[in-house]
Design a protein around this ligand. Structure first.
Ligand SMILES: Cc1ncc(COP(=O)(O)O)c(C=O)c1O
Length: 449
């Protein structure tokens, strides 16, 4: 077991051993209950002290990756369950490709205040089921926010959901049937691909460019396969961070309308955008729009929404009640409080400013290390970039040596095709471990930090 410990790295040696062993277990595909080499052997072959290796093994036992066995250690029964659902990222180390803000960036003061306020004053939200379309006061607030981005919504056109995930699920159940073809972007958001496959839907991949889905490729797909729907991230696309331009948006709408394809705009990163930008739903009232508060306020509150024509919203509301008895009115009341008292607006402003500063620094660090960037993002969380060394396996090992974990190479492809491109989360990219990792991948450049 070769662990590649970097004694110059800022990550403590024991942590590097933990990360290295976790990576080794998940990459080498060892079966559960396989006995590991002894602590002495691991220490000797990696020029480490036995006490460091023993401490790392104890930490891995605590994490459920290893189990003790007759004077040594073996891979635990669930030892390989270290892969996250979003991007197949190992849980150890700095999650450079993470899909949300770090916990340290989240703000709890206003949220705690709103939770106490609702608990004290709103008995109905504390105890009762919600109504099919969701809390009226929240839907009013969402309508106001939609107007700010040019979407002229009415209250009966908005349905609250348990995160954007439930919105996507309700739409898939309602609009699609097994055997239908649906267009998705590649690279794209993997849980959407899995969700559509659960319903037996066939995925057609359209390449994402820095200005949106490739219209020519889309036209070819529409002519050949007659898909019924298209899912698209307009702003700060996951994983490339790119935004749709007005020209591409108009072409997409023209094509989809001509071929009678429903457009579902998933805009969960909307509030991290500086300014207004182009929204498909603002250009065409037939577009179905999905939003969420997971990426800014809290992923745990699970509040999202759908905007669509009233008849579809009513159908979605019925299915929402059948499948979940509605969303949490307590969580919705908490969010409503923060939207109504202005705390949410100020919080996202602070998040955007912080992201803007860190994005500039991250882009500079990547440029200094000769990484290629896929269209410079103008907001949001992600940078999509490719290291100068094309060897993905080596890149992952180098990341791991610096205490960094990257997303699986095939994590963003509908067909699982491996890619050399990495999703870099701006909010993690200024951590010293990330900086050290970028430097270690540069081609003989002077150090920038
Ligand atoms: C593009 C996209 N859509 C939907 C979701 C799900 O969001 P929620 O937490 O609101 O369910 C995510 C979460 O990462 C996402 O990146």
């Amino acid at each position: 077991m070769e662990l590649r410990i970097d004694r110059q790295a800022m990550v403590p040696v024991v942590q590097q051993i933990v990360d290295g062993m976790t990576e080794w277990i998940s990459r080498s595909g060892v079966a559960p209950s396989t006995r590991l080499p002894s602590v002495r052997q691991i220490a000797r072959s990696n020029l480490l002290s036995q006490s460091c290796v023993a401490e790392a093994c104890e930490r891995l036992v605590a994490q459920g990756v290893l189990a003790p066995r007759q004077g040594g250690f073996m891979v635990a029964a669930q030892g390989r369950g270290v892969i996250g659902i979003d991007c197949g990222q190992a849980h150890s180390g700095l999650k450079l490709g993470e899909g949300g803000l770090p916990q340290s960036w989240r703000e709890s003061d206003d949220l705690s205040y709103a939770i106490r306020q609702v608990a004290r004053t709103d008995m109905a939200s504390l105890f009762n089921y919600s109504s099919p379309l969701g809390l009226p006061a929240l839907r009013e607030q969402i309508v106001k926010r939609l107007r700010l981005i040019g979407v002229e919504a009415l209250d009966e056109q908005v349905l609250t959901t348990s995160g954007a995930s439930q919105a996507l699920d309700l739409l898939a159940r309602t609009l699609l049937k097994a055997g239908d073809c649906v267009v998705v972007e590649t690279p794209g958001y993997a849980p959407l691909f899995e969700l559509l496959r659960l319903y037996g839907v066939q995925l057609l991949e359209v390449r994402r460019t820095p200005s949106g889905p490739d219209p020519q490729a889309l036209e070819a797909l529409l002519r050949q396969f007659r898909p019924v729907a298209m899912f698209i991230n307009s702003h700060h696309h996951n994983p490339t961070g790119s935004c749709l331009t007005l020209g591409v948006a108009q072409q997409i709408l023209r094509l989809c309308n001509a071929h009678d394809v429903r457009v579902i705009e998933d805009d969960v990163y909307a509030d991290l955008h500086n300014g207004n930008g182009t929204r498909l739903a603002a250009l065409d009232e037939r577009v179905i729009y999905v939003g969420s508060f997971s990426k800014t306020l809290s992923s745990s509150l699970r509040v999202g929404f759908v905007y669509a024509e009233p008849a579809l919203i009513a159908r979605l509301g019925r299915i929402k009640m059948i499948s979940s008895m509605g969303a949490s009115s307590f969580n919705e009341a908490v969010l409503t409080t923060l939207l109504a008292n202005g705390a949410y607006r100020k919080m996202v402003q602070r998040q955007r400013q912080r992201l803007n500063t860190d994005r500039v620094a991250a882009l500079q660090a990547l440029e200094d290390a000769d990484w290629e960037v896929f269209g410079k993002p103008c907001g949001g969380l992600f940078i999509w970039a490719r290291a100068p060394l094309g060897d993905t396996g080596r890149l992952h090992s180098q990341a791991q040596c610096n205490g960094v974990s990257l997303c699986d190479p095939g994590a963003f492809s509908p067909s699982g095709e491996p890619s050399e491109w990495q999703r870099i989360n701006v909010a993690y990219a200024c951590d010293p471990r990330a900086r050290q990792f970028f430097r270690s991948t540069g081609v003989n450049r002077p150090q920038a930090f």
